[in-house]
Design a protein around this ligand. Structure first.
Ligand SMILES: [Mg+2]
Ligand SMILES: [Zn+2]
Length: 281
């Protein structure tokens, strides 16, 4: 189902906490982090904190072990796996960094579900220090967006994602996030797309006060259970449409999904099992 592209923020969306804060707190450098925070952009500060960990004898393995324990709701794991199994094109757009995201997704068996991870690049230098670089090189020029941090404008990346999609056939984008920069990405959504802001998080407040700026349909979510239910409800009609070659408008899709669910639930088990399965919300 290449017609649906699902773009996830990572921290406080897929992961229940912020991976940067998690590592800083768990490895005992919170005080230093707070002390440096007013003096450096967040992304540069994280690079500096990795140097600090290195100088305190913490290895890459220690950081990876710490990341593996970061809280991730099992319903979000199943939501990602179901969306992937339905054929959706899943991507990540995050202000964390490549090493943190790769480590966590691999640990939970999710890395293969994603076609693209857009985030701050990272590498391990010859001394074993994890280096974290900005997504946009802001030392030479600014990306010009005042809503996003200097190292990454999510709106710009969303524009690039849309431009990279194949020209034939309308692609619908579903975007999920919690932060201010996620709202910047949401502004790039079009009619037929869906924005899933996390309720009572910064994106939610901004979406409520600037609703007219968002062209996409808005479906808020609270927790992993909500995320799974809403995301799969949004995806299901596209799946049915493609599988049974039914054309429908966006507004008809919810009705179609309900009818198809009713249809499958009324089929006796032995017949249903010989049918190809519908994604289970
Ligand atoms: Mg986030
Ligand atoms: Zn921006």
């Amino acid at each position: 189902m290449a017609g649906v592209v699902v773009v996830f923020d990572f921290d406080k969306t897929i992961l229940d906490c912020d991976s940067d804060n998690w590592v800083v707190d768990e490895l005992g450098i919170s005080e230093l982090f707070t002390q440096f925070l007013p003096t450096l952009p967040w992304n540069s500060l994280m690079d500096r904190m990795m140097m600090e960990l290195h100088s305190r004898g913490k290895t890459i393995k220690d950081i990876a072990e710490c990341l593996k324990h970061a809280p991730l709701n099992p319903r979000i794991i199943s939501a990602i796996k179901s969306a992937h199994a339905s054929g959706c094109d899943l991507r990540i757009l995050s202000d964390a960094n490549a090493f943190f995201i790769d480590t966590i997704l691999k640990h939970h068996g999710l890395i293969e579900c994603f076609t693209e991870i857009n985030t701050n690049p990272s590498f391990i230098d010859e001394e074993g220090w994890l280096r974290i670089l900005p997504y946009h090189d802001f030392s030479s020029h600014s990306h010009g967006c005042s809503s996003c941090p200097p190292n990454l404008c999510k709106g710009l990346v969303m524009e690039r994602i849309r431009a990279s999609l194949p020209a034939e056939g309308k692609k619908n984008i579903i975007y999920l996030g919690d932060g201010t920069a996620d709202f910047c990405a949401g502004l790039k959504l079009e009619e037929g797309d869906f924005l899933m802001p996390r309720k009572n998080y910064p994106i939610w407040e901004i979406t409520c006060t600037n609703r007219s700026l968002i062209k996409a349909k808005v479906h808020e979510w609270n927790d992993g259970e909500d995320l799974e239910t809403i995301l799969l409800d949004l995806i299901n009609p596209f799946f049915i449409e493609e599988k049974y070659n039914v054309r429908s408008s966006t507004t008809d899709r919810m009705v179609l999904a309900v009818e198809c669910k009713f249809l499958t639930s009324s089929i006796p088990a032995h017949e249903a099992s010989s049918n190809s399965t519908l994604p289970v919300p």
